[in-house]
Design a protein around this ligand. Sequence first.
Ligand code: HEC
Length: 152
Amino acid sequence: MSAIRRRAFASAMHCLTAISIASAFPAAAAGPDDRMPIVLDASERDVMLAGMRTYLESVQGIVAALAENHPDQVAGIAAKSGAKLLQSVSPVTAAKLPLAFTSMSFDTHDKFDKLAAKAAKTASRSDVLGDLRDILGNCTSCHMSFRAVPAK
Ligand code: HEC
């Protein structure tokens, strides 16, 4: 095999390994970035990352509401990251996303909506924290499996 073909083969194998590792095991925190790439145009990526910042704001807001003893604020803050946030995602973008990514995304929005509904009635501090733990579980597993890369 020529050096070039060998390199191409190695890179194809690396790609396949990355895909199977990303779906089977989350990548380690340090070391080579083997996470599966999500390839989006700059504007699509901006929308996705803006949604991520909304997620983080909700998490911060919910923790602040609990710390400051304002459980009544939790529902409104959680609802900001619910399924309504998906309205900003175009069907063209959605079609580019792997199924595992989309389903984790739907599940995360749904968890925020469920927390909002629960907190709007009565939710104890430990109920809210338990839901937040599950939400953060989704954040970390998706971040360990996928990364965003610009389209060439
Ligand atoms: C379905 C997958 C997925 C889920 C679920 C997810 N993220 Fe992300 N997030 C990503 C990807 C992919 C990136 C880009 C990371 C990269 O390229 O290194 C990202 C980036 C981010 C960023 C950086 C935003 C920026 O402006 O650069 C923040 C903050 C973030 N996520 C917060 C969260 C929080 C908080 C949650 C949970 C409430 C969450 N994400 C859930 C996939 C996800």
